[in-house]
Design a protein around this ligand. Structure first.
Ligand code: PNS
Length: 175
């Protein structure tokens, strides 16, 4: 018997989670009953934050939010989605440049399991340039990221890079 709830999975690397991800998750919650944030266990990538750290960070960002779950997965995303009872994969589309890769993935996932639908959501325009990779780069080079990530991520970035930011003049320089 099913619960009658529509469960969605929001998969990704989340290294680290950004305000763009949070925006998509909020949109997902406005449509679906439950969203599982699923972190890919990818031994080929050299992440900044370990999987455990990413689980903790996201858990802290969503403390007390019963409709959000945080989990990790390996193998095929559609198999994981089916295992947890999710019928929807949510992905964010920031710009046309995202489209080709996302379209390919969505159609491959549909080929693998036609019972699982991919839904694309667009973040606020102000996040259309935002990515985890750029957040890490900007922070390491002394730029301010407080408008780009939740406070827990900024704190964890400071723990990873404790020293003062590199010298330089910038309007949005980290203090
Ligand atoms: O945040 P990312 O790195 O863009 O997320 C990519 C992710 C995790 C969604 C994608 O790599 C994925 O689904 N990997 C699982 C492996 C899989 O199912 N591959 C076949 C379908 S394309």
């Amino acid at each position: 018997m099913t619960s009658g709830k529509t469960m969605a999975v929001f998969p990704g690397s989340f290294d680290p989670i950004t305000n763009g991800h949070l925006d998509i998750i909020a949109r997902g919650l406005s449509v679906f009953d439950e969203v599982t944030i699923a972190i890919l266990l990818n031994p080929e990538k050299q992440p900044l934050f370990t999987v455990d750290e990413r689980v903790q960070i996201i858990g802290e960002a969503y403390e007390g939010e019963s409709r959000i779950k945080v989990d990790t997965f390996s193998g095929l995303l559609v198999d994981y989605a089916e295992k947890i009872g999710a019928t929807v994969i949510v992905r964010g589309l920031r710009a046309i440049s995202d489209f080709e890769y996302e379209f390919q993935m969505a159609l491959m996932n549909r080929h693998l399991n036609p019972r699982i639908e991919t839904v694309f959501m667009m973040p606020a325009e102000s996040y259309s340039y935002l990515s985890s990779r750029l957040v890490k780069e900007v922070f390491q080079l002394g730029g301010a990221v407080h408008e780009l990530v939740p406070p827990v991520v900024e704190r964890r970035l400071r723990e990873k890079y404790p020293g003062p930011p590199p010298e330089g003049e910038s309007r949005r320089r980290r203090t």
